[in-house]
Write a protein that binds this ligand. Sequence first.
Ligand code: AMP
Length: 289
Amino acid sequence: MQIYHSPLDLQVTAWKWRSQGVNVGLVPTMGYLHQGHVSLMKHARDRANKVIVSLFVNPTQFGPNEDLSRYPRDFEHDVAVAEQAGVDVLFAPTPLDMYDDGSPVWVDVPDMALRLCGKTRPTHFRGVTTVVTKLLMLAMPQFAVFGEKDWQQLQILRRMVSALNIPVELIGCPIVREADGLALSSRNVNLAAEERRQAVNIYAGLTMAATRVADGVTDVSQLVADVQAYYERSMSLGRIDYLEVFHPFTLQPLASITGPARIAAAVFFEKARLIDNMALNNDLLSDPA
Ligand code: AMP
């Protein structure tokens, strides 16, 4: 496995591969790699001749009072995990490598970016769309792999790629969970022991909603009120950021469930804000890729 820090080094290799017709897959990450990331790398490994993984804690997607400084990092561990997963190139730039100090340039999908997580993190997704655009320009992959754990991010990126005619296929992979259901996240390490015990209820509440919908419930306000009450009972150390039912691809809020629908939650604990989501009517839902 080669490790590049310089964007130019990556681009030179990517150009060479592109001109040789090599099938390249890109997996963007912020590092502190876990089995959720590994599932994306394995998916890329199965489909690509060359797999590029980026490892970059992107400062522009963190707000001023967010957890950039305590975002977990372990470069040696990440190198070992990526090597084990059969990655060809690990791209690990610094913020200075990625951003010059000229006047700022943003790629933005403003409507979708202000929904769900965007209500409390209004500048988050423009940081994501901007850095992913840069990574796509540097790695020039035929496809890039993202986790459905960040469902909103995936839909925003699909919109961006479509609207800007970026010649890349985006692939969504299912959420990888702990045995008790908690979605794997680099941020889980910032949970205290009792918070970790309570955090499993994020998943339990979403599962409860999916079961109700499977049983025929269609009224969203009742559904959300029930899950919210469950969260308040079962997560005394958590504070709900949002709990919302929405159209899976447009992200527009839904009042009743008559077609494709998804539920998503975000919960603040003392040092970590956790997100999760779930399809509400599996038979109607498929990723548009
Ligand atoms: P991150 O390093 O958290 O920015 O995540 C990098 C990529 O891994 C994103 O596409 C995430 O959606 C994906 N990812 C993170 N956690 C999981 C998980 N538990 N299951 C599947 N994909 C995940």
